[in-house]
Design a protein around this ligand. Structure first.
Ligand code: ZN
Length: 313
């Protein structure tokens, strides 16, 4: 097991919650719903992290809330921070500045109390252009990983990848930095396979083989539905699992909240209560989870509930 897991002397490391949905609700982030059909992969820049340079105080505040809720790892808001994705929102030429600023803000709030992770997600090139998008994606992922490593993050979290092929490119770049790397896939529209057809078990094995210190799932499903993915992964890998469920309910027909008609403008109507996160915290250790946090829809109240669950188990 990687030493990062013994550093905190707890069985399960607590991460933070979701940033972009919460900051969109607070009025600082563009959901894209007014200018495109979101969730199609043809997007022009929804949920991008330019807040790190445009409203740093608002970002600092949310970090502080998660730290106050007990987070031991703060994720710099570098999600969707590749030059490719930022360019779609009109911020491509500020890629370096946005990534550096996001890391700096997280580090200043963490103040040595929490580790700071750089977050890297998919480019959306594969969704838009198919497999030929992979070639272009590789350069963008490498560039962002290098920016985050240079900015001094303590670890890297690769998350919300839909295609295992794109995750492999990100992992290769991330592992080359020698930083610890946590890797989580997002499954949609069903949890049975990722977008290029690999089962949760196949994804877990591949991510471990490619050097991740913890593997799992994030986003799209609430804690109850995500358990199924994690138990399939648990059967095939021995590293700690990583889980960051979303706080939105899905349906038996569609297991991903971003594919539901409620995304993004009626998410309040499918919000899961924080009790589900308390329960998830209670069971986390027994499920073999070593790193747990919340994804979209989880504010500090959810993090506190999760933390209470962890502490009561
Ligand atoms: Zn999410």
């Amino acid at each position: 097991m990687h030493p990062i897991f013994s550093r905190f002397q707890v069985p399960v490391i607590l991460g933070d919650g979701g940033y972009l949905i919460e900051l969109e609700r607070r009025g600082y982030v563009e959901s894209g719903s007014q200018r495109e059909k979101v969730g199609t992969g043809k997007g022009s820049g929804q949920y991008t992290p330019e807040i790190a340079v445009e409203n740093p105080e608002a970002l600092r505040q949310l970090h502080a809330e998660f730290l106050g809720a007990g987070a031991q790892v703060l994720q710099a808001l570098t999600f969707f921070g590749t030059r490719e994705k930022l360019a779609r929102a009109g911020y491509g030429d500020r890629t370096e500045e946005i990534n550096r600023s996001a890391v700096q803000i997280a580090k200043s709030v963490a103040g040595g109390q929490a580790l700071v992770a750089g977050t890297v997600s998919r480019t959306q090139l594969v969704e838009r252009e198919g497999p030929r998008g992979l070639e272009l994606a590789e350069g963008h992922l490498k560039e962002q990983v290098a920016l985050l490593a240079d900015a001094g993050v303590d670890l890297l979290i690769l998350e919300t990848f839909f295609h295992l092929a794109e995750m492999k490119l990100a992992l290769s770049a991330a592992v080359a930095t020698k930083l610890p790397v946590i890797a989580t896939m997002s499954f949609r529209p069903k949890i049975s396979a990722c977008s290029d057809g690999f089962s949760p078990a196949d994804c877990a094995k591949t991510m471990v083989d490619d050097g991740a210190i913890a593997v799992g799932a994030n986003c799209e499903q609430d804690p109850v539905r995500m358990r199924e993915i994690l138990s399939l992964m648990r059967q095939v890998v021995s590293v700690p699992l990583a889980a960051q469920p979303a706080a939105f309910l899905t349906t038996d027909e569609c297991h991903s909240y971003t594919r539901l008609p409620e995304f993004p403008n009626a998410l309040e109507t499918i919000q899961v209560s924080r009790d589900a996160f308390f329960d998830f915290g209670i069971d986390a250790k027994q499920m073999g989870i070593g790193f747990v946090g919340g994804c979209c829809g989880c504010n500090a109240a959810y993090s506190r509930a999760l933390n209470r669950g962890l502490l009561s188990s």
